[in-house]
Design a protein around this ligand. Structure first.
Ligand SMILES: [Zn+2]
Length: 119
């Protein structure tokens, strides 16, 4: 069986769902054409500047570079998610009631949501 090659072989890019700079969720645009990669112009600009800096440094273009401040902020939010998850586990082990478990679970969801933002 022969493989058919041609323009159909170029895969369509899947629509990005998160801003390629800050990681915030992008709204579903529903429009035809090139899917947006950034939530706003400042994110587009900062991504361009970082890309140029990365290229000057000889790193691959798709390298993800976080400043030490951005990394510290991300680590803080990761720590908050772990603490929130441990609170749920501890409460469940201690036989906490539904209302308490629900409150702790909502805190865990909120903490996890904050991780969608990379920077
Ligand atoms: Zn953004």
């Amino acid at each position: 069986m022969e493989l058919v090659t041609g323009e159909a072989a170029v895969p369509r890019r899947e629509e990005a769902r998160h801003c390629a700079w800050c990681g915030r969720r992008l709204p579903d645009s529903g429009r035809i054409g090139r899917p947006r990669r950034y939530c706003a112009q400042p994110c587009r600009q900062r991504a361009y500047e970082r890309r140029a800096a990365v290229q000057r440094g000889g790193l691959p273009e798709d390298a993800v570079v976080l400043s030490s401040g951005e990394l510290a902020d991300l680590q803080d939010r990761l720590f908050q998610v772990r603490c929130a998850a441990e609170d749920v586990a501890t409460a469940a082990a201690d036989g906490a009631g539904r209302a308490e478990l629900r409150r702790l679970a909502e805190e865990l969801v909120e903490a996890a949501r904050s991780l969608e933002r990379l920077r």
